[in-house]
Design a protein around this ligand. Structure first.
Ligand code: ATP
Length: 248
């Protein structure tokens, strides 16, 4: 569904991703793992064409026969709105503290797919019930909800939009273990509904729990990739070996 070929990224002339190639397969959960500063977030930023100022990318990122690195801005805007959905590490940063959740969830879901308010109420109520979130949250402000609840709200919007690709950058790192597990189950639910997932994480337990495929980055390079079963059974790169060993 997404083919990254020879992707290199520079920030103000400084290389941060170097000649990376990998594939995100349709319908799968792919985990992108690597130590801090290895270039995971910049890779995601390149996919979304949201590199910071001073950033530039070369190579190609092919989605449906077009190279996202050269897609016109307008088309990219549409893809970001309906085909791709992003969940970041700390959901509280994704919400405006001064606006009630109902309006914000509307903007993140119904507005993206062109639904009016009545349709939003009907669909969102049923999704919130499925996620065990009271509909009363629509009248609350973000600070009245926990981090786990806010992450579930993001998943609720993703379930509403049914994006082709969900990119989740460390979505569980601010959650405790139990809430983390619940969140991963929801991610799986979304995946079973047909959304391909790219999950950026530090946590091999999370990978083992949910991912089908694994891409490992170190110092801006992809050093290993394969199915989770293959990589866990016979890691080849020294960094991967260390990672896998540290889990057992
Ligand atoms: N906004 C920015 N401006 C300048 N340099 C940045 C910026 N964001 C990241 N970098 C640098 O780019 C490199 C890759 O960072 P990136 O955020 O992609 O790593 P990461 O693997 O996602 O790390 P982490 O797991 O800590 O989020 C690092 O050297 C980092 O210092």
């Amino acid at each position: 569904m997404l083919e990254v070929k020879k992707l290199s990224i520079e920030l103000n002339g400084f290389p941060v991703v170097n000649n990376s190639s990998f594939v995100i397969r349709q319908g799968k959960v792919t985990a992108l793992i690597g130590e801090s500063g290895s270039g995971k977030s910049m890779t995601v930023a390149a996919i979304l064409r949201m590199l910071p100022l001073g950033g530039s990318a070369s190579g190609s990122i092919i989605y449906k026969d077009t190279n996202l690195l050269t897609t016109p801005d307008e088309e990219m805007g549409v893809l970001r709105k309906v085909a791709f959905f992003t969940i970041m590490q700390d959901a509280s940063n994704s919400f405006n503290p001064n606006v009630k959740m109902g309006r914000q969830l509307y903007a993140l879901s119904a507005a993206r797919v062109g639904d009016y308010h009545k349709e939003f109420k009907r669909k969102m109520t049923s999704i919130l019930e499925k996620l065990r979130l009271a509909t009363g949250i629509l009248e609350q402000y973000p600070f009245e909800l926990s981090g786990g609840m806010l992450q579930r709200c993001m998943i609720a919007c993703a379930l509403y939009v049914q994006p082709k690709l969900l990119i989740a950058d460390e979505p569980t790192s601010a959650l405790d273990k139990i809430v983390q597990k619940e969140f991963l189950e929801l991610l799986r639910m979304l995946n079973e509904n047909g959304t391909t997932v790219l999950l950026i994480t530090h946590d091999l337990d999370v990978v083992a729990h949910i991912a089908d495929e694994l891409i490992i980055m170190q110092e801006g390079k992809v050093v290993e990739k394969g199915t989770v079963a293959e990589v866990f059974a016979s890691p080849e790169h020294a960094y991967t070996k260390r990672l896998v060993d540290s889990r057992f």
